[in-house]
Design a protein around this ligand. Structure first.
Ligand code: UGA
Length: 435
């Protein structure tokens, strides 16, 4: 009999994992404590924008392999393997991660577990969490229930692809039995490199991966700061670096920097945890990574203000982009909205457009003005800011946009546009890190 899987927590990670595991042929039961979310998913609707995921969801609701519930009792009775996919947000007012949702899952599930099963944590956690949860699980459910840690590396916007074709799998296990179960579950993925390790290493792999990615982005953005001071061009610099295979070109795009629900909070939680362990010096550089990243947002505001004559008062600003990156409607810690809000606070009349993130943006920031198209957002603008590099913006016609603005000023916050084309159309084109 193939294993029956549950996915506990059906947010970004959980909804993706549940649908993808059903695609691999398993029977999957998704659980969330939010009845509205469960009802939405059960209707075949996705509460988030993620290319390809809604199709998978519908396909496997139809095959009957995928179902949803709010009942832990039902989940405990159903599952041989329980994947825990709840969020670990930044605590309010401090750097550390809030792992209380994980504890809640273990406390809710454990009392109902009355047979052999494996509980698999996928959430991003401070190192040491897995062992603590394993002890808790053993105390609440007994020795027939085991914990494993299997961090997730998917990117929003590519979640399905990253789950079905991961570049590696990491199994943090305490027994050969746990390793075998995980190998069986992921077997249908085919030939994927697998690293089998202990709990703390598995937890740290995830923190280290996101810290490295954030560092790479902030490295190129630090070079952008130097380029600005030296009248050099960071895009050409980045291109030249990318040909060195030891460096590589991915995650070396200079611009407004990183945001989202992962990189910013993960590097902060990592620093906080290292501090608790007495290893804070090892990660002091991440403070700088964070600071460089936040300075890009301030620099963007400064550049825009310069272009409109030194003050935003009585000025109209058209903002293209609200999502933290293209192909996503996620606005958590979005650099684009951060910039839009700051300019609004400094007296500018800001109008924002985004192809898919407007509903979320309107809900979270009702004080900003929104438009339903790029042209409407840029109408009468004294300056246009490209803050999220949606393909739709890359393809904008400079003449067309030029015909609706008040002044042909643009700041390309993502180094996504062809500067020559825009300049040829009479635009005063500025970008982060370039002359
Ligand atoms: C990130 C990691 O890439 C995933 O591997 C990880 O699984 C995930 O966090 C997570 O921890 O769950 P994600 O937050 O979806 O994924 O977004 P990224 O594609 O990493 O982009 C993060 C931010 O960096 C975005 O704001 C993006 O605009 C920015 N970025 C990215 C740059 O500014 N420059 C670049 O060259 C690349």
């Amino acid at each position: 009999m193939p294993y029956r899987l549950t996915v506990l927590g059906t947010g970004y990670l959980g909804a993706t994992h549940a649908a993808c595991m059903a695609e691999l042929g398993f029977e999957v039961l998704g659980l969330d404590v939010d009845p509205e979310k469960i009802a939405t998913l059960q209707r075949g609707e996705l509460p988030i924008h993620e290319p390809g995921l809604e199709e998978l969801l519908r396909r496997h609701l139809a095959t009957g392999r995928l179902r949803f519930t709010t009942s832990y009792e039902e989940a405990a009775a159903f599952g041989d393997v329980h994947f825990v996919c709840v969020g670990t947000p930044q605590k309010k007012g401090e750097y550390a991660a809030d792992v209380s949702y994980l504890d809640a899952v273990i406390e809710s599930l454990a009392p109902h577990l009355d047979r052999d099963c494996l509980v698999v944590g996928k959430s991003t956690v401070p190192v040491g969490t897995a062992q603590r949860l394993a002890d808790k699980l053993a105390a609440l459910a007994g020795p027939q229930v085991e914990l494993a840690w299997n961090p997730e590396f998917l990117r929003e916007g590519f979640a399905v692809q990253d789950t079905l074709k991961p570049d590696r799998l990491v199994f943090g296990v305490a027994s050969e039995r746990a390793e075998k179960i995980l190998r069986d579950v992921y077997g249908p993925l085919g030939d994927v490199p697998i690293v089998v390790t202990d709990f703390p290493t598995a937890e740290l792999v995830k923190s280290a991966a996101n810290a490295f990615l954030a560092t790479k982005i902030s490295f190129i953005n630090a070079m952008a700061e130097v380029c600005e001071a030296a009248h050099a061009d960071v895009r050409q610099l980045s291109l030249a670096l990318s040909f060195d295979e030891r460096i590589g070109g991915r995650f070396l795009n200079p611009g407004l920097g990183f945001g989202g629900g992962c990189l910013p909070k993960d590097i902060r939680a990592f620093m906080a945890r290292a501090g608790e362990l007495g290893a804070d010096q090892a990660l002091t550089f991440l403070r700088e990574v964070d600071a460089i990243n936040m300075r890009r947002r301030a620099r963007m505001v400064d550049l825009a203000r310069d272009l409109v004559g030194g003050s935003f008062h009585t000025k109209t600003v058209g903002v293209l982009g609200a999502a933290f990156k293209p192909n996503s409607d996620d606005i958590r810690d979005s650099p684009a909205l951060d910039v839009a809000l700051t300019i609004g606070q400094q007296g500018g009349a800001v109008t924002v457009y985004d192809p898919v993130a407007l509903t979320n943006a309107r809900k979270a920031h009702p004080t900003l003005d929104y438009a339903d198209s790029a042209l409407d957002a840029t109408r009468h603008a004294d300056v246009v800011l490209l803050l999220t590099e949606w393909q739709e913006f890359v393809e904008l016609d400079p003449e067309r946009v030029g015909s609706v603005v008040s002044a042909r000023n643009i700041v390309d916050g993502r180094n996504a546009l062809d500067a020559e084309t825009w300049r040829a159309a009479g635009w005063n084109y500025r970008a982060l890190g370039r002359p």
